[in-house]
Write a protein that binds this ligand. Structure first.
Ligand SMILES: Nc1nc2c(ncn2[C@@H]2O[C@H](COP(=O)(O)OP(=O)(O)OP(=O)(O)O)[C@@H](O)[C@H]2O)c(=O)[nH]1
Ligand SMILES: [Mg+2]
Length: 197
């Protein structure tokens, strides 16, 4: 549900980072913000609403200006959801009008159930908003590759792939894989835009 504002001559796309609690969604946005703010004309403020312990309470938000399509400026609005199970109503709200999803999986073995639960929750919440996980632009990020208990990539893929989506390994705290992931989802969103434009 891309929002095209012909008066401001801009296209607004919404990308949501989804996944289990403590998986690294906010860390992804912090890194993108750090890199992009080297050219301030492209980036707005990173707005985070967090608890005292830095868990996302409602959402994180980061606007980015990334190029043009047919004379319209393209703005990507990045959001994260709170991963903690009991914030489901916030997740539903944040998914409204979504154009693309990054699923940030936690590679640690003990977080496999939380990953699976979060994917099921995503599919359900998308459905309630009238979206289909099988059709929406979607990439899978396998985060926390630096940890000793990270599962092998093949095992994670076997359990977490939903539709042959692109998969990227990441260490969000170091920025590894963060921009590659973002570019991949942005590319899919732009392809959808071109189809409908
Ligand atoms: N070792 C390691 N730690 C990471 C990595 N990515 C994130 N972390 C750490 O994991 C913790 C949680 O990261 P957040 O980005 O806050 O996780 P989140 O997914 O936003 O969590 P919620 O907001 O509760 O849903 C923080 O202490 C991060 O520094 C990573 O790739 N490797
Ligand atoms: Mg967070």
């Amino acid at each position: 549900m891309t929002f095209i504002n012909y008066v401001a001559r801009e296209i607004n796309c919404k990308i949501v980072y989804y996944g289990p609690g403590l998986g690294g969604k906010t860390t992804n946005l912090q890194y993108v913000h750090q890199i992009m703010s080297m050219s301030p004309e492209n980036t707005g403020k990173l707005i985070s609403l967090a608890t005292e312990t830095e868990r996302t309470l409602f959402f994180d938000f980061l606007p980015l200006n990334l190029g043009q399509l047919r004379g319209l400026r393209i703005r990507f609005h990045l959001y994260t959801v709170p991963g903690q199970v009991f914030y489901d109503s916030s997740r539903k709200l944040i998914l409204k009008g979504v154009d693309g999803i990054v699923f940030v999986a936690d590679s640690q073995e003990e977080r496999m159930d939380a990953n699976l639960e979060s994917i099921a929750n995503l599919a359900q919440n998308l459905k309630e908003q009238g979206f289909d996980l099988m059709k929406i632009p979607y990439v899978l990020q396998l985060n926390k590759r630096d940890l000793p208990n990270a599962m092998p990539v093949e095992d994670l893929q076997k359990h977490l792939l939903v539709k042959g989506e692109p998969v990227y390994e990441a260490v969000a705290t170091k920025g590894t894989g963060v921009l590659t992931t973002l570019k991949a989802v942005a590319r899919q969103v732009l392809m959808e835009l071109r189809k409908s434009a």
